[in-house]
Design a binder for this molecule. Sequence first.
Ligand code: ZN
Length: 402
Amino acid sequence: MKQLWQNCHAATMVGGRYSIIEDAAILTEGRLIQWIGRRAELPAHEVQRRHDLGGAWVTPGLIDCHTHLVFGGDRSAEFEQRLQGVSYAEIAAAGGGIASTVRATREASEDDLLASAIKRARPLLADGVTVLEVKSGYGLDLASERKMLRVARRLGEVLPVTVCATCLSAHALPAEYAGRADAYIELICTEILPALAAEGLVDAVDAFCEHLAFSPAQVERVFQAAQRLGLPVKLHAEQLSSLHGSSLAARYQALSADHLEFMTEEDAIAMAAAGTVAVLLPGAFFVLRETQLPPIEALRKHGVAMALASDLNPGTSPALSLRLMLNMGCTAFRLTPEEALAGVTLNAAKALGLGHTHGSLEAGKVADFVAWDIQRPAELAYWLGGDLPKRIIRHAEEVSCG
Ligand SMILES: [Zn+2]
């Protein structure tokens, strides 16, 4: 079906800039954008349906390119305990922290995990998100990792959102492998990844490179296993210390390196050369009350594409709004509102390997867009909260997330 969407202004985000078209019109055919430009220049057309967007601002649908939104239980009780003075070490000794999420995720049924994931995805979607990445990494054995990734796939079937599934089995060391990290890495490379990839459950492979997680040498083995399976890689790197995981990621042409507070200028140069996107996660920075800022100036100077994501997870970023991350990216990391918006559109698409089909409004791309009740694009990063989408369109169809 051919449709015309008009009476709007567009921040198309072409080239990662606002790339504004005032008084714009968008022609869609099927699920794709056929033409976008000034309404005065609209080519001759025949359409089945016309839509009046009421003077709204239109942007690409938002893309949350880093979430852990499938998990069992939550950690609100620990949050409260910590604020009552119980130390993180005491909580961990009592089986809390990530171990408690792994336990709850292993115990939960697939349907229970799906129900709780839907509950968390809805507010993201209502905020304008049309593409969502979901990681495994709380199962840490084949059956439980498979269960998480199946939930990710089902999420994309029951909700109006495109879901990218990332295998993050190298997230933490499961208790049964205590003191045997290399053996667990071997299990990931020879059993977990090949099996889940064969089942079509994996779009990308991720790992956590940090002193309290896995070493660069261990991560490299996971990357090599991914490479053998023809899967792209990403990496949690430089969140708490500098191990140059982001340079390692660049050597493997990673789609993205994420967190990056402790990265160096040399890492930025390597990422720029490889086209690896820097995914910044201000939610975790805020919740952990970190003080080390990611080197935004170095990323700008070397032309590394920057994305922003919610990092939605039960421990360090229980964030249910991607738009709130735009404000945090600007306020805490000093991004401009334009950079922040590029970070949840075009650059987020690149971080998922979807840069050719999503993330900007241009002919040939998927017709995912949001009509916002705002006077200028900067408002998307300015307001803390609020209900700004007027209409959300995915695959050229109106979706309702109420
Ligand atoms: Zn993460």
